[in-house]
Design a protein around this ligand. Structure first.
Ligand code: UFG
Length: 340
């Protein structure tokens, strides 16, 4: 059923790819983004790929109640996908209050506005980092949570707030999707990951080295209890993550209340494995230096993706080579990202 979907953070990396999916499936899309880590150009490209316009774009802060009231008053929103948040593990240890303010304060402001405007469907962008330091992989949704950094704690706090609100608002339906590590880019080469400033995440950093914008990779520790000593993550193609959101919307009315699902592939790759895969995809040499561990990092996070498959028949389709190929394609076509 086509819906009018408010996408907060819709110009960001996962948000923009999700908007392509939604538009291509016939949904109307309204965006709220403050462009603190995104570019309006991404939205031009979303419409170009989908061959359909975005219904409306509001530039503003998700914590601002007046902005939220204006959005919900002007558009017949019947579902919300909430991406707008800060997401860098290392930075979150340096500016924790900003993380709580934006991630938790943004979520409570949004849910409160949704409630007041009679909107009861929410897909929430959560993170595998809520599982924290664990020796048991793969991680199912029933695995214990033990976040190790402020970013991860903000995501877990939001999940708990949403579960509490669901207990008191029977018509509310919330799907919290715990993504593992979104990577790659749209195969068109038009959309990709272009963080402002120095990339915090591994894949965009590798892409910027390969294209000659950065010198060498700092590998944050090679003394983890993993086969090559570097951190293992479950990288998942951003187009798969985007599709997961579209499928989530299709199933949001299946049950009331709060449900939590992993979005991952079930396959892990170490920092050095990803680096080699990127070298293969790009044909560019990548030099690296091992440095200290990054505070808040953990050894290994790999999903057990079976619950979402059993519930919705959905599974990630792309492998690491496809993620590297598409990220490289985007970076090569867009040397300085969305900058003109
Ligand atoms: N890493 C490096 N060097 C870098 C950057 C990262 O060695 O320059 C290592 C990290 O130590 C980690 C792995 O690469 O072992 C992945 O790190 P990322 O920063 O790319 O991603 P995280 O695992 O820290 O995950 C975070 C959030 C996720 C989010 C993801 C992508 O926890 O919720 O970023 O945004 F999905």
């Amino acid at each position: 059923m086509p819906r009018t979907v408010l996408v907060t953070g819709g110009a960001g990396f996962v948000g923009s790819h999700t908007c392509v999916e939604l538009l291509s499936s016939g949904h109307e899309v309204v965006i709220l983004d403050d462009h603190s880590n995104s570019s309006p150009e991404a939205l031009e490209r979303v419409a170009k790929i989908a061959g359909r316009p975005i219904a409306a774009t509001h530039v503003g802060d998700v914590r601002d109640r007046r902005t939220l009231d204006a959005v919900f008053t002007r558009h017949p929103i019947d579902a919300v996908i909430h991406f707008a948040a800060k997401k860098a593990v290392g930075e979150s240890a340096q500016i924790p209050l900003a993380y709580y303010d934006i991630n938790v304060g943004g979520t409570t402001a949004l849910v409160s506005a949704m409630h007041d405007h009679g909107v009861h469907r929410l897909v929430f962008s959560s993170s595998c980092s809520v599982y924290g330091d664990t020796t048991i992989v793969p991680l199912s949704e029933e695995s214990p949570v033990a976040p190790t950094n402020p970013y991860a704690r903000t995501k877990l706090t939001c999940e708990r707030i949403l579960a509490d609100v669901c207990r008191h608002v029977p018509e509310l339906r919330v799907l919290a999707l715990r993504y593992f590590n979104p990577a790659g880019a749209h195969p068109s080469g038009l959309l990709g990951e272009e963080p402002h400033g120095v990339p915090n995440n591994l894949m965009p950093y590798l892409a910027q080295i390969a294209v000659g914008r950065r010198e060498e990779l700092s590998v944050f520790g090679d003394d983890y209890p993993t086969p090559d000593g570097t951190g293992i993550r479950d990288y998942i193609h951003v187009v798969d993550v985007a599709e997961g959101h579209r499928v989530a919307l299709d199933h949001i009315d299946d049950e009331p209340g709060m449900r939590v699902f992993n979005l991952g592939t079930g396959r892990g790759a170490s920092v050095l494995e990803l680096m080699r895969a990127f070298q293969d995809a790009s044909g560019q040499p990548i030099t690296y230096r091992v440095t200290d561990r990054r505070p808040g990092d953990v050894a290994e996070l790999v999903a057990d993706p079976s619950n979402v498959y059993n519930a919705w028949g959905w599974a990630a389709r792309h492998d690491l080579a496809a993620m590297c190929r598409d990220a490289w394609h985007f970076q090569r076509q867009n040397l300085y990202g969305y900058a003109p």
